[in-house]
Design a protein around this ligand. Structure first.
Ligand code: B12
Ligand code: SF4
Ligand code: SF4
Length: 363
């Protein structure tokens, strides 16, 4: 689209940042579409097979790393940050209570995709009120877009050793979203300084050794992938290490020193529903399929479906301290009509029985 020649793009860029903040984003940056270095990093990652079953990561050829191939005419990317940690939500304390379920803190409330896309569309419409029709598309998460690389280039933060985009004043518990646009806006300086220094807490904290190098995650080892993306059986080697993490994993962020700078979010959409921030594993495992569907309506958790929800919870229960109640709850699912669920339930029962015998043996 053509804009009136009288537009002052410097002025427009500052106003876009102001409107972004008014819409609830914590930061907005602008960058160009050159992702050459990241194209190489991505290629290396795919060739090594680190994406596992996530075929969509390889499916789009160079569209992911060349924004103008995905949306012809794109000149600039407006990158936006939205913090998500709800107030008064416990994190590491829940990880330390093995009878409770740990659900990633981004997934406690309503799905963020719709919320962020809506805000980005509002931002685009606000720009159009000022300059007339523009070419744009809004993205969040699921599209073939290099969100962290674009955010780093747009000045929003640096790549931590855990591959997260971090900001020294806000940690990393935030989402990213983008507007691809044909507006010739001035670009922001990239975030050059890496603040990790000699720290390697994330690598030490990762329960499954998924951070195989600085900034490189082997998704096949990552609990987030195992609990959300993987469709089949969770490899035995990771089950004990998963502990009570039943949907996603936050460890490489929770043990990062910058997480203390997290700014809590008061977005009502992100507030925990159904006590998901503190629920007992056994109570979630007792949900029927219709309860699961009802209680996860509008939540990102729904995406994995009921059998995988039970699969993940069975692992958590296998890792819980022995109790009659847990054994009983697991036995009740032994005939569940899914091989996947039954296999994980059998594994969990063996773990429980092993702990019971160890208890008896130790008097
Ligand atoms: C695929 C994916 C996953 C996969 C794979 C993870 C991964 N690291 O790629 C799985 C399912 C495991 C996953 C997990 C999580 N994800 Co995810 N995921 C994505 C997705 C869809 C694509 C990421 C991607 O491009 N991966 C490809 C690899 C190659 O990229 P990368 O890991 O970012 O690696 C970059 C660096 O390694 C860098 N690099 C490599 N070497 C070097 C060297 C130098 C010098 C430099 C500067 C850079 C550099 O270049 C690479 C390419 O840019 C994005 C959304 C999107 N469309 O971008 C969300 C996204 C990255 N995920 C997000 C989140 C929140 C998570 C989880 C925290 C969720 C959870 N709590 O369970 C975990 C965190 C795991 C982790 N430590 O990365 C957020 C991250 C926000 C942030 N602050 O960074 C995103 C941006 C979604 C969003 N819109 O908010 N995710
Ligand atoms: S999300 Fe969990 S499993 Fe994945 S890299 Fe981070 S700490 Fe490791
Ligand atoms: S834990 Fe340490 S090394 Fe890892 S991302 Fe945070 S600061 Fe960087």
């Amino acid at each position: 689209m053509s804009q009136p020649s009288s537009v002052d793009f410097n002025e427009l860029a500052s106003r876009i940042k102001q409107w972004g903040r008014e819409l609830g984003f914590q930061a907005i940056g602008i960058t160009d579409t050159d992702l050459q270095t990241h194209e190489r990093y991505l290629q290396r990652w795919l060739e090594a097979g680190h994406h596992g079953e996530m075929d969509y990561m390889a499916r789009h050829g160079t569209k992911r790393t060349r924004p103008e191939e995905l949306v012809p005419g794109t000149l600039r990317v407006i990158s936006a940050r939205l913090d998500y940690l709800p107030p008064e939500v416990e994190t590491t304390r829940i990880l330390g209570q093995p009878q409770k379920a740990y659900v990633s803190r981004y997934a406690l409330g309503r799905d963020y995709h719709k919320l962020i896309r809506k805000r980005l569309d509002q931002l685009a419409r606000r720009i159009e009120q000022e300059v007339g029709r523009i070419g744009y598309r809004a993205f969040v998460d699921s599209a073939p877009v290099m969100e962290r690389a674009l955010a780093q280039k747009a000045g929003l933060g640096w790549f931590g050793k855990n591959a997260m985009l971090l900001n020294p004043q806000a940690g990393s518990l935030f989402f990213l979203g983008e507007l691809y646009t044909d507006l010739p806006l001035p670009v922001d300086p990239p975030f050059e300084r890496e603040h990790c220094g000699s720290c390697s807490s994330c690598q030490t904290a990762c329960p499954t050794g998924a951070i195989i190098d600085d900034k490189v995650i082997d998704a096949r080892r990552c609990i987030s992938y195992l609990t959300i993306e993987l469709h089949g059986s969770i490899p035995l080697e990771f089950r004990r290490a998963m502990g009570n993490r039943v949907y996603g994993c936050d460890d490489c962020q929770l043990f990062c020193p910058f997480t203390r700078f997290t700014r809590v979010s008061t977005e009502p959409d992100f507030a925990p529903r159904h006590d998901l921030d503190r629920a007992e594993l056994i109570d979630l495992f007792a949900w029927s399929e219709s309860e699961f569907l009802k209680r996860t309506e509008g939540s990102p958790i729904r995406r994995i479906g009921y059998p995988r929800w039970l699969r993940n919870l069975a692992i958590g229960l296998g890792n819980a301290p022995w109790s009659e109640r847990v054994e009983h709850a697991l036995r009740a699912r032994l005939a569940y009509p899914s091989d996947l669920v039954r296999e994980h339930v059998r594994w969990a029962l063996e773990e429980q029985q092993r702990k019971r015998e160890a208890r008896i043996a130790s008097g």
